[in-house]
Design a protein around this ligand. Sequence first.
Ligand code: CA
Length: 504
Amino acid sequence: MKILHFGLVAISLAVVQAASCLAAEHPNIVVILADDIGYGDLSCYGATKVKTPNLDKLAAQGMRFTDAHCAAPVCTPSRYALLTGQYPWRHEPARRILSGIAPLAIPLDRLTVPKLVKQAGYTTGVVGKWHLGLGETEPDFNTELKPGPKEVGFDYSFIIPATGDRTPCVYVENGRVVNYDPKDPIQVSYGPKIGMEPTGKENPELLFNQKPSHGHDATIVNGISRIGFMSGGKAARWKDEDMADEITQRAVRFVASHKAKPFFLYFATHGIHVPRFPHPRFRGKSEHGLRGDAIVELDWCVGEIMATLEEQDLHRNTLIIFTSDNGGVMDDGYVDGTQEDGSGHLCNGKLRGFKGSPYEGGTRVPLIACWPGRIPAGKVSAEMVSSVDLLATVAAITGQALPNAAGPDSFDILPALLAEKPELPCRETLTMQANPIAVRRGNWKLIPSVRQANGQARPAELYNLADDLAEKKNLATEHPEKVRELATLLEEMRKSGRSQPGNK
Ligand code: CA
């Protein structure tokens, strides 16, 4: 019996050791998703009025992409695609920007990046901006908020429920409002006003810093009026100037406390979304006003993560991916000096359009990937990639096959990351969901005809990005066959429910 028992223990130990060896081969994965950082906002992408030394270092140690995209030019749909590998226009609740009281937009039966890596033994965490909804119906911030990040696959969560410019202005950690006081219950409304608190519309004299330029005139929190009303939760309310410190501290703590086995951290910074309200120590640190200072603060956040990985001796086995959820924008609802900024800084470089636009300025964003010893250092890649590719790429990295229904628009871009030279590019087609949905095959891009708010149709636009990255020359009349080809491609993608061939 004893021999058998020891034998079993030995076998069990061997299995455990094999499993931990296997796990040790898997890299930690840190995805840093910046908010509203445009193609021209980082010095490694050509900015001169703002310096981003940490991101420049990351690019020097890794690979920088020049044709990387988000799946949509605004927060919610872009984030949905990143976590699920599905174009957001396929799933109605994720198509548009959610309010602060929207239910969870990710179906619980959809495979997500955190669920996928958990199958490979990872510990998972999300820190920062969520903006994917909470709860089954309208969430009650006085109770446990579920389903939410945990049900989507995150073991740990410390989140801003929607965005900094929206109520409720509180952090939620593992489903509970941080510093919640039951004697001061929280109410949130995106309809009629609730509570007696001053609003930006009624009491503009109480706005101590930024006045709204459009919208953003409901409840005043921390001297800034927001989209949506809230009452209560006084002890739980954030201070905008401390937000970068608060979330970076949690992200650093997550990294430092999960050394024993591989981890996946989704660090969704609030920088540099409005209200742009960097900590005083970053003010005046750029030549691009508050928006530039917020970029400097964001770069500091990235540097803290990089430094922690080095201190913990984890950096050699960690893949860091930095990208943005959509392109840059100047006036996004507050008068903060950005619109009047005369520095000459071009947030999207020479690209046309801004956040929200179907043009390249809406969705072509910085993407830097660093994985020492695997991704060649200092490389620049012109390969077309999208953040919707994260799911399939992480599946490849962790040696897992995706079920057929998972990640229908996610392509494995690991060969591009490793600078391998396969015969075909990782992805040949791409959609970018604005109004309308733009579609690409190679360098040809179609922005289909769309009916505008005034009832008139805007004609189709066709661009060849190979020699017209700024989308100045509409070739739709010259190349009607290309317009038809790309319109047919988009229709096929709609009908088939996928753009990635899957396991047939
Ligand atoms: Ca955004």
